[in-house]
Design a protein around this ligand. Structure first.
Ligand SMILES: [Zn+2]
Ligand SMILES: [Zn+2]
Length: 429
């Protein structure tokens, strides 16, 4: 009860003082922490529950899996999965849908499909999780098929279903289909939320229909939140539309946002459009507003350990080997036709130096370590907290071709599965 209202400290005190705790009180606390985004606290209580051999129910397991998914802790999640098979809790559609989301979020869409396919009982949640997995990974046809199947199985789509469908269309640049699903919502009497508008802006923006996207935002019945303007800004960056970017950024800052990402996008749009003076002014405005650039972080989970990198860092104990392997692969990549794109780097450095700054973005260091420690034949899975830049995206395509490795990179936008020189996003991201 306390946990539900967000009074977690009170909930914890009550829990600690309880003479007898039951499965309900354990679950309430774990899920309370999970919903509040306090992942390590949720984990800690879950471990305690296991130590004290408290019987956990499907609700608890599904909460802890959601924590693993949010933190992309694949190995831990897989352990919870294995445990749930022993206790037969994996048959629950609540556990099933959390497992589908976990595997999908960790980049292992095949595992997600397997859990979905083998689920003995399906509710709307697991249908949505299955559909969303297809959408996230750009399997558009599978997503549309899933939508048909769920209706044939007697489930009525909800607002989450439509959000996944529009996302699927967006990833594939299918504007007409996206519009069709957006208007289909009305037939189901589901009012589009700001998230649906953001997904539509994303869809229109990705194919360069920026003024149409702006028109859609103007037509929103509610005040457009920050992320809607953010989606437009992202499109402006992609199509180097500096004038629209200025409008989007202005409106975004009016929402009271202090996002460093927006400032950076605006300045890099100016830089990409060749307006270096404006780019410098945008960065100055960011400094004047006291906004600090969010540090780009990439991490790789392997053998129970999470290795985290920032750009150009040498803190990892195997740094020398990482730089060496990247250097060697880099030569092969250049021989295969890779040319570093330095247009987004606005610093006054000469070309060679620019190239060095680009080459060691955090995701490349994480992939470098992956080349060293992830066994051949196993995909290298890397997560990043910011959007992957154009140059790294292009570089990883070459890297996958030159090394024969599959790289799965999840940035803050979507999944990229690089294999044999192409990316699953089809260069829409
Ligand atoms: Zn990069
Ligand atoms: Zn991609």
């Amino acid at each position: 009860m306390y946990a539900k209202c967000g009074h977690l400290a009170d909930a914890r005190r009550l829990f600690d003082e309880m003479p007898e705790r039951n499965v309900v009180s354990w679950s309430a606390l774990i899920c309370g922490y999970a919903d509040a985004g306090m992942h390590s606290a949720a984990m800690e209580i879950f471990r305690l529950a296991l130590e004290e051999a408290v019987p956990v129910n499907d609700f608890t397991v599904s909460c802890i899996l959601r924590v693993c998914a949010a933190a992309t802790l694949f190995e831990l999640g897989a352990q919870v999965h294995a445990r749930s098979i022993k206790t037969a809790l994996n048959a629950s559609p609540f556990v099933g849908s959390s497992l589908v989301s976990l595997y999908s979020k960790c980049g292992l869409v095949e595992c997600a499909y397997q859990v979905f396919g083998e689920a003995p009982e399906r509710n709307l949640g697991i249908w949505n999780a299955g559909l969303n997995a297809s959408a996230q990974h750009g399997h558009t046809t599978a997503a549309f098929q899933r939508f048909m199947d769920m209706q044939n199985a007697g489930f009525r789509p909800n607002s989450i279903t439509f959000l996944s469908l529009i996302t699927a269309c967006s990833h594939a640049g299918l504007v007409d289909e996206g519009k069709r699903y957006f208007s289909l919502m009305k037939e189901y009497r589901i009012e589009p939320q700001a998230e649906h508008y953001a997904a539509m802006v994303d869809l229109l923006g990705r194919v360069g229909r920026i003024s149409e996207a702006l028109g859609l935002i103007e037509s929103m019945p509610m005040e457009p939140p920050e992320y809607v303007w953010g989606a437009l800004l992202m499109a402006c960056r992609m199509f180097k539309d500096a004038d629209a970017a200025a409008i989007a950024a202005k409106r975004l800052f009016e929402t009271g946002s202090r996002s460093s990402g927006a400032h950076m996008l605006l300045s890099s749009t100016y830089a990409a459009a060749g307006r270096h003076m404006d780019a410098a002014l945008a960065r100055k405005a960011m400094r004047d507003a006291g906004v600090r650039k969010e540090t780009g972080l990439s991490w790789l989970e392997a053998a129970g350990e999470v290795h985290t990198f920032v750009s150009n860092c040498r803190r990892h104990p195997r740094s020398n080997e990482i730089y060496n392997v990247l250097e060697k692969v880099g030569e092969k990549m250049e021989a295969a036709g890779y040319v570093a794109d330095t247009s987004a780097v606005v610093k006054d450095v000469d070309k060679d130096e620019k190239q060095a700054t680009m080459r060691y973005h955090s995701e490349r260091l994480a992939i470098g370590l992956g080349l060293l420690i992830v066994p051949e034949g196993v995909p290298i899975r890397v997560m990043k907290n910011l959007r992957v830049c154009d140059d790294c995206h292009n570089a990883v395509k070459y890297l996958s071709k030159c090394t024969g490795r599959i790289v799965i990179l999840r940035d803050n936008r979507r999944f990229h599965r690089f294999e044999d020189g192409v990316c699953s996003c089809g260069d829409f991201w």
